[in-house]
Design a protein. Structure first.
Lengths: 769, 449, 259
């Protein structure tokens, strides 16, 4: 090489390098580095996971979890072994949480509607603009004197985030903070409130019971607190040597819990409550009831003799009597009701009936029965507001009273019946803002989308309900730093408060005093983390139980973050409230529950139930959960209609064929699954699939049964009645396919799952001891 | 040996001339077929295989638990086809059967080419074929050795030994003929055959050593051939899978191999004698004898088949019962199964009649039928056993994908291509042994030797 | 010369000695109490999260190429209303006389010193033999190179290899967790304590149906449970000697309605 060439190349190379550095610096998005941290925080050791304890917000159970974080990324979630609810275990949905965090369809920054409403065309805006838009809108409301036009819709939160949003809404001048969730156990809470005066959901002590009768409660997959109750189930079965609890499931469609039951009682839909009352009748009539008001109970239950109930429920009289005897004589015993039972039009009556059964058998307030949760001044969820429900929002939107709707992680457009006409009503709302991580159906309607942190990136806390007989507070702390340009939900509300205060100052200079409310110091903290810490500092100062072992707050706070929350070691059993005749008389069922549609035109009862893993559809954007075979049908990536094989044969339907399920309110198409565990006069469709938006994994998979439900609500609790219509089933010409993992339902006598009879089991135990 | 002579009296001179003619005179039809088969190899085999290697085995219809499919069926089929050529040639050589002489050369070639086709299927069915050399035992830096317990390892040895031996057997038997060709051709051919004939001059010593070596290989190859197909059957029989784990599989496979191989020879000979116009050398007597062999093999094969079904039924376990029910009574496999019974058990019975044995059209139909049936047999063994394994939850029907079907067809093209090239490059009828069959030097008016 | 023969003879004798395969450092085993299992499938998702298991989509599931290393089999007996449903979790049974191990020509699957049946992904050439020989249908093949949509790949566990096309895989009893625990034990010069290791499925199981431990330790929880009278192993008659021990489900004949 000549020297001249060398210098030439050197020059060219130098310019190239400089350009590279220049463009590299200027074109790379911030943070686009190979290693997430240039200077890693102290606790990060490459290749070694750090575990952070936090709260699982996948459903409302409030499990404490620990998150394995490696190099700043969440890898694996496990139950927090110290936590009394999750007890170190976790369900499928909880395990799938990292797929929400790293979901490719997460909203990556604030969005403003660009096209027509619901067209899902948005443009990206800055947080500054997004928050200003919202703050100006709210200030506008206030100026116009229609602060009550602000409605805030969120899932039933229970911790200080709940308190913050409640305070914010109230301070703003609106009473309309509405907790909404499809499966929020409103009926159960209401029934317990009216029959036992319980303010919070009790702990159903499955762990210690010997005889469990479940009226439609599928605690193995979705009901109340599946992880905790499943743990209890395992303990009930084989937890103590030689003692094995019995499980009886009363429901028309065999759920996962029903599949595990020793006895499945397929009562006619809508009569399970009657069966419970008939059992109570037997117990009282035979003088096994030892409590007060024996005579009144006898007369109240007079109408529900097994003979009469057998006629409507199609459960033999003898069987009811036997169940009642076993229930009364096995100590302790427990009856629970939920899911299917609470979904009927008179769901409250059914749940009250279960409470009556527990009462007459003496199961309330005993170990292995219904364990009341203490109403703690510091660690309880606030009482529920049964007077308002999702239809309140609909009505307000219809009447124009709803001016601005703020939704946080709530997706009512997917989880309410089409018949409720929420979509049409929300179209009339002047301004909608959604705080959500995903483009779900409701967010797609919004004018402003404020993407919030995933719960693995956010701060919050939770007071579990139902708890486990003692107060349990769980802290949610960020396990990873935010992946996208998102904000914490609490931070958004604090920021709004700050801006409204600022607006006020502007307005003051204009001479009008309108927005003085947000001066409160509660709203003047830096961010929600500070807010949370301050709230806990107050708790620490007020409550001796907290400060007892940890005199300094900092020490307490560190332990709180390390342990994942606070709960006392043990707690004395609360005295069990009694069920009084006068309280429940008004809720006695008049007969079988009502179903919409005539039997001639719509011969089948329709049961809808939450699909395990997807719950109310929120799990549908996780590939793991979509690919998780449904426990009972093994179907993946889609929905199905469960039909009894005998019925299907009559209708000429083969497995996997598309069928139309038609109610008086509409029809859906889904493939048929022939399921022997369902009554011949009943069909069942899971909720969770059939999203119109909600990302690539959820879209266009299956059908949503909410499309064909009537919009019936319980008058007392305001809960939607899911099992409230009859349907017709016919073959459908539409294309569609069902993918199931099981090849056959039969075992062909291969003894893969071997069993012993209870008698043999007893003999084994005797021999062992 | 004149008494059971199969060939009419032909002058020695004509034998040489006829055989060399088959190699040098080529019709247009030949080129059309050669082109078609080459195109078939590229389009039906090469391209889909390249696609499969690039994309992954997922382009096949294989799934859990049917991890083996049409590729392995083809593998066994081609190994089976390979059987008769060399095995038959060797057995007939040792027993000094005269009718062997005019057909053995092409039969041995068939062996060699079908072993080649079969071994390519080993690579086709591998998930990572680029690592095939890991199955070869040689000192290496990976610090790992092979698993000699694995029947697949037996396969590697058995098949490579078999391919080598049959190639040598074919070559040794051809040396005098290559020399004869060398003496009659010009140009590039001359040079090629000069090299190939290894300077053969036809001295007594050369004949002596050739006969010795040839006899040695004939004796060596018989147990080898039997072991090869036994070992192939152990790929299945050493598993625990119902329908595959059968103690009778080794003899069953050997019998099936000889059966399908003999039928393959019949088919091939019919085409060969027509195509090369050598009806003089491959006569109806050959078909008569081969027909008898087919009847015997058919009866043995059918017997083993009955035994297989009977023992399965007699065991009366769900595993065997379901596997048999799936194979025999579940469409589409039931159609295939009963078609196989028809072509392999019923149809060959007609060969009992001398007239049928000696006429070409029925012989062709029956022999083709047998080969179709034998292919179905191999296919059914795999495609109906694995989808009905132990866990009913995991059962799955196996349907071959287009890629698999295409590669299967491509393998036939490959075989045809190889054989077409063979008949032009190699004396496909043994010159010197045919002369032995003609017997005492015989002169016609026009011929001298 | 004779010494070589003697060595080979001894080696063969060693192989034939009863219980040769049982002489492990540890003998990891899982006891599954089917009477506790309620089929909730938390274990399945836990396994997906821990072991970087690919998702194959609806088409892939339809082609029966789902990658669940652990699956809950469900069998239904009887007709309405006498329906009996049974669940059983099936993962790799880590057989001590593993049928898969004799199949592999290249030793990609072999028995390690802990009695585990391990799969060396790098070594695998994809002959499918192990999967064909497996009586429990637990082996999964990488038909394609499955890539998660970005940024889902950020969740991938760095302790576990991400497999590529053409490789067989299966449940490992979370060998990465076993390694960590063994390393820690070795540093402290002790044996691994009972309960120290929990594979992802065992860890997550809400009902406590799964227990993991060392069968060589007679006082471990698995040893205790394995002595239960309800003990059985799936397809014991195949003589594969699996390390997964099941405890029978207590179940009536399902006809209590006719008593």
């Amino acid at each position: 090489m000549k020297r001249r060439d060398f210098i030439k190349y050197l020059g060219a190379g130098g310019i190239g390098t400089a350009m590279g550095i220049f463009f590299g610096k200027n074109t790379k998005p911030p943070g686009a580095k190979l290693i997430p941290y240039l200077v890693p925080p102290e606790e990060i050791v490459p290749g070694v996971g750090a575990w952070y304890s936090t709260l699982c917000a996948q459903c409302g159970a409030g499990c404490g979890i620990i998150v394995k974080v490696m190099a700043g990324r969440a890898k694996k979630i496990e139950g927090n072994p110290l936590h009394p609810v999750s007890r170190g275990r976790l369900c499928a949905m909880g395990q799938a949480a990292p797929q929400g965090l790293y979901n490719p369809d997460r909203i990556k920054g604030p969005l403003k509607r660009a096209g027509s409403r619901g067209s899902e065309s948005f443009m990206e805006v800055s947080w500054e603009e997004a928050l200003r838009t919202l703050a100006e809108n709210l200030a506008g409301l206030k100026v116009k004197g229609s602060a009550e036009g602000l409605y805030v819709l969120a899932p039933p939160l229970r911790g200080h985030l709940d308190a913050l949003i409640r305070d914010f809404t109230a301070t703003f001048g609106s009473p309309n903070y509405l907790p909404y969730d499809l499966f929020d156990n409103r009926n159960l809470a209401f029934a317990n409130a009216v029959s036992m005066g319980m303010e919070s959901l009790p702990h159903y002590d499955i762990e210690n019971t010997r005889y469990l009768v479940s009226f439609g409660a599928d605690f193995s997959s979705t009901w109340l607190s599946p992880v905790n109750l499943s743990y209890g189930y395992g303990q009930m079965r084989q937890g103590s040597p030689g003692v094995r609890g019995t499980l009886v499931q009363v429901e028309p469609r065999m759920s996962l819990t029903g599949a595990n039951a020793d006895e499945w009682v397929p009562a006619r839909p809508g009569t399970e409550g009657l069966v419970a009352l008939a059992m109570a009748h037997v117990i009282v009539a035979e003088g096994r009831y030892r409590g007060r008001e024996a005579r009144q109970w006898r007369s109240l239950l007079e109408a529900f003799s097994p003979v009469e109930v057998a006629k409507v429920s199609e459960v033999e009289e003898k069987r009811i009597e036997r169940l009642a005897h076993e229930f009364a004589s096995t100590r302790p015993s427990l009856a629970i009701g939920g899911d299917v039972l609470s979904g009927y039009t008179d769901g409250v009556s059914g749940l009250v009936a279960v409470n009556i059964l527990n009462h007459v058998a003496g199961n309330i307030g005993v170990k292995g029965g219904v364990v009341p949760n203490p109403v703690d001044p510091f660690f309880s969820a606030p009482g529920r507001d049964f007077t308002r429900s999702i239809s309140t929002v609909r009505d307000a939107a219809e009447s124009g009273a709803l001016k601005t709707l703020l939704t946080y992680n709530a997706n009512p457009l997917f989880t309410t019946p089409d018949n409720l006409r929420l979509r049409e009503s929300l179209d009339k709302v002047p301004f909608m803002a959604s705080l959500s991580s995903f483009m779900d159906e409701t967010t797609a309607m919004a004018d402003l989308v404020l993407p919030v942190h995933h719960f693995l990136e956010d701060w919050a806390d939770d007071f579990c309900s139902p708890s486990v007989g003692k107060p349990v507070a769980t802290i949610m702390q960020p396990a990873v730093s935010p992946k996208y340009n998102t904000m914490g939900a609490g931070d958004v509300f604090l920021e709004l408060a700050r801006r409204l205060r600022h607006e006020r100052e502007k307005a003051l200079s204009g001479g009008t005093e309108i927005l003085g409310e947000f001066m409160d110091e509660r709203f003047s903290v830096k961010d929600f983390q500070e807010h949370l810490k301050r709230s806990w500092r107050e708790l620490h100062a007020k409550d001796r139980r907290l400060s007892g072992g940890n005199p300094t707050f900092e020490g307490f706070w560190n332990r709180l973050l390390k342990d994942g929350g606070w709960w006392p070691e043990g707690a004395p059993m609360e005295k069990g409230p009694a069920v009084r005749v006068k309280d429940v008389a008004a809720y006695m069922p008049k007969g079988a529950s009502m179903f919409e549609g005539e039997e001639a035109k719509h011969p089948f009862y329709l049961m809808v139930y939450p699909q395990a893993g997807l719950l109310d559809g929120r799990g549908a954007n996780s590939p793991w959960l979509q690919e998780l075979p449904d426990p009972m049908t093994s179907v993946v990536w889609g929905s199905w209609v469960e039909i009894n094989p005998a019925t299907a044969m009559k209708l000429g339907i083969k497995e996997g064929e598309m069928v139309t399920v038609e109610s008086p309110y509409g029809k859906i198409d889904a493939p048929a699954y022939l399921y022997p565990g369902i009554r011949p006069d009943t069909v069942a469709v899971p909720i969770g699939q059939g999203h119109r938006s909600y990302g690539r994994y959820a879209k266009e998979t299956g059908a949503n049964p909410m499309d064909i439900l009537p919009s019936l609500q319980d008058k007392g609790s305001g809960a939607l009645s899911l099992n409230s219509t009859r349907v017709n089933v016919s073959r459908s010409p539409k294309p569609g396919w069902m993918v199931k993992i099981e090849a056959t339902k039969k075992e062909y006598g291969r003894e893969i799952v071997q069993t012993v009879t209870p008698e043999e089991f007893e003999r084994m135990n005797k021999e062992a001891t | 040996m004149g008494s059971d002579r199969t060939i009419e009296q032909i002058p020695y001179e004509d034998v040489n001339a006829d055989v060399v003619r088959t190699m040098t005179e080529t019709g247009r039809l030949y080129y059309i077929f050669l082109f078609l088969s080459m195109a078939g190899v590229v389009v039906l085999w090469g391209l889909p295989w390249a696609y499969q290697i690039y994309t992954g085995q997922g382009v096949t219809g294989l799934q859990t638990p049917a991890f083996w499919g049409i590729y392995l069926a083809n593998f066994i089929f081609w190994i089976g086809i390979s059987h008769s050529g060399t095995l038959l040639s060797a057995i007939l050589f040792i027993t000094q059967t005269p009718w062997r002489r005019s057909i053995y050369r092409s039969a041995e070639a068939m062996t060699f080419f079908s072993v080649m086709t079969a071994s390519i299927f080993v690579f086709v069915h591998m998930g990572r074929p680029w690592n095939f050399y890991w199955t070869v035992p040689y000192p290496n830096q990976r610090g790992l050795w092979l698993n000699f317990m694995s029947p697949l390892m037996f396969d590697v040895f058995a098949i490579s030994t078999y391919a080598t031996s049959s190639m040598i057997f074919l070559y040794f038997g051809s040396i005098p003929d290559l020399a004869a060709v060398r003496d009659r051709v010009k140009g590039w051919r001359k040079e090629v055959y000069t090299v190939l004939s290894l300077g053969w001059r036809g001295t007594d010593a050369e004949w002596h050593w050739l006969t010795k070596a040839y006899t040695f290989f004939a004796v060596f190859i018989i147990p080898l051939a039997v072991s090869v197909h036994s070992i192939v059957s152990w790929d299945f029989a050493l598993s625990k899978v119902p329908g595959l784990s059968k103690t009778i599989f080794a003899p069953y496979f050997v019998v099936g191999a000889i059966y399908s191989g003999s039928a393959g020879i019949v088919t091939l000979m019919i085409f060969l004698r027509r195509g090369l116009k050598i009806e003089k050398y491959i006569t109806k007597t050959h078909f008569d004898k081969l027909g008898m062999l087919l009847v015997v093999m058919s009866l043995i094969w059918s017997y083993i088949n009955v035994v297989e079904v009977f023992t399965g039924w007699y065991a009366d376990t769900s595993f065997e019962t379901e596997s048999l029910r799936y194979r025999m009574f579940t469409p589409p496999f039931s159609y295939m199964y009963w078609l196989m019974i028809f072509t392999n058990t019923v149809m060959p019975l007609f060969l009992i009649f001398r007239k049928v044995r000696r006429s070409m059209a029925p012989a062709l139909i029956i022999s083709l039928g047998i080969n179709v049936g034998m292919w179905i047999e191999r296919y059914l063994i795999i495609a109906t056993s694995l989808p009905r394994k132990f866990h009913p939850y995991m059962w799955n029907d196996y349907i071959p994908s287009l890629v698999e079907i295409s590669i299967t067809l491509g393998s036939f093209c490959f075989f045809t291509m190889m054989f077409l090239m063979f008949v032009k490059l190699w004396p496909s009828v043994s010159i010197y042994e045919v002369k032995e069959d003609i017997g005492i030097p015989f002169r016609t008016k026009k011929g001298h030797h | 010369m004779s010494s070589i023969f003697k060595r080979i003879k001894d080696k063969l004798a060693d192989y034939r000695r009863p219980g040769y395969y049982k002489e492990f450092d540890y003998h990891w085993a899982i006891v599954v109490d089917i009477d506790r299992c309620n089929g909730c499938e938390a274990c399945v998702v836990a396994c997906y999260a821990e072991n970087n298991i690919p998702v194959v989509g609806k088409k892939g599931c339809d082609d029966a190429r789902i990658f669940n290393w652990i699956r809950i089999e469900k069998y239904i007996e009887g007709e309405y209303p006498d329906v009996r449903v049974k669940f059983i979790p099936i993962m790799c049974q880590q057989c001590d006389r593993a049928p898969c191990e004799i199949g592999c020509p290249v030793y990609a699957t072999y028995h390690n010193q802990d009695g585990l049946n391990v799969q060396v992904y790098n070594r695998c050439v994809g002959t499918f033999t192990c999967a064909t020989y497996c009586p429990y249908d637990v082996r999964r093949f990488n038909w394609f190179t499955y890539k998660p949509d970005k940024p889902l790949d950020e969740q991938l566990n760095p302790d576990v290899t991400v497999r590529e096309m053409g490789v067989m895989e299966k449940c490992t009893f979370c060998i990465q967790r076993i390694r960590y625990a063994k390393d820690a034990a070795k540093d402290e010069e002790r044996r691994v304590r009972d309960g120290e290791i929990k594979p992802a499925c065992v860890q997550s199981c809400p009902t406590g149906a799964l227990t993991f431990g060392d069968l060589k330790d007679p006082n471990s929880e698995v040893s205790r449970l394995a002595r239960s009278r309800r003990r059985y192993r799936v397809f014991e008659e195949l003589n594969a000697d699996p390390s997964v021990i099941y405890l029978k489900r207590v179940m009536g004949n399902g006809k209590r309605s006719h008593d």
